[in-house]
Ligand binder design. Structure first.
Ligand code: PRP
Ligand code: URA
Ligand code: MG
Length: 209
């Protein structure tokens, strides 16, 4: 699967281990999700296009590179994806933010959509879809199906913890989407939770356990 990149930076691995700890409280958990968002965003955005622009320094006028093209669109999958938004905005403050609301049915594990608002126009933007958890892959696939149906063409997906089953399914369903994972864990359990994982990311970010 050459559209999948697993992070290797020790700071990301360290912070993921802190997230996994069941004794990590809501406040610290939320801070860690945001910090990992920054670190992963730095990796995932390393191919942003540049163009030379003229800038006057105190010494002379020069041509110097700046990010080119239409503004980035960040699309968190609600709720848990919201935790990563500020991390990406710290890197690209001018990014537009769309939202896709999905929840997983507890029995079937199928995603159900309840909200969607994307920045317009979407077709010329690089779109970065955020969700800390990629489990069966159903939510990520549904979100990306939806973005493509609305004209999205250039899409990256970022998750902090992924299950091999979800990575494989997402990579096969959307081979054009670059997938960034903080860590690919061992497997899903019978309830479609990631093992060892970190539990329910949304509940831990928002303190709703
Ligand atoms: O890959 P999947 O099997 O689809 O599972 C992953 C989804 O499950 C979680 O959301 P959840 O339904 O718990 O909603 P929440 O973010 O509101 O807690 C998670 O944040 C993903 O969106
Ligand atoms: O392990 C999992 C699987 C889905 N959603 C979560 O928040 N955690
Ligand atoms: Mg949840």
């Amino acid at each position: 699967m050459n559209n999948v990149i697993e992070m290797s930076h020790p700071l990301i691995k360290h912070k993921i281990s802190l997230l996994r700890d069941k004794n990590t409280g809501t406040n610290e958990f939320r801070k860690l999700i945001e910090e990992i968002g920054i670190l992963m965003g730095y990796e995932a955005l390393r191919d942003l296009p540049l163009e030379d622009v003229e800038v006057e320094t105190p010494i002379e006028t020069c041509m110097t590179p700046m990010i080119s093209g239409k503004k980035l669109a960040i699309v968190p999958i609600l709720r848990a994806g919201l935790g990563m938004v500020n991390g990406i905005l710290a890197l690209v403050p001018s990014a537009k933010v769309g939202h896709i609301g999905l929840y997983r049915d507890e029995e079937t594990h199928e995603p159900h959509e309840y909200y969607c608002k994307l920045p317009d126009p979407i077709d010329q933007r690089l779109i970065v879809v955020l969700d800390p958890m990629l489990a069966t892959g159903g939510s990520a696939i549904a979100a990306i199906d939806f973005i493509k149906a609305h004209g999205g063409k250039s899409i990256k997906f970022m998750s902090i913890i992924a299950a091999p089953e979800g990575v494989e399914r997402l990579a096969k369903s959307h081979p054009d989407v670059q997938i960034y994972c903080g860590n690919i864990d061992r497997q899903l359990n019978k309830d479609a939770y990631i093992c060892p994982g970190l539990g329910d990311a949304g509940d831990r970010i928002f303190g709703t356990i």
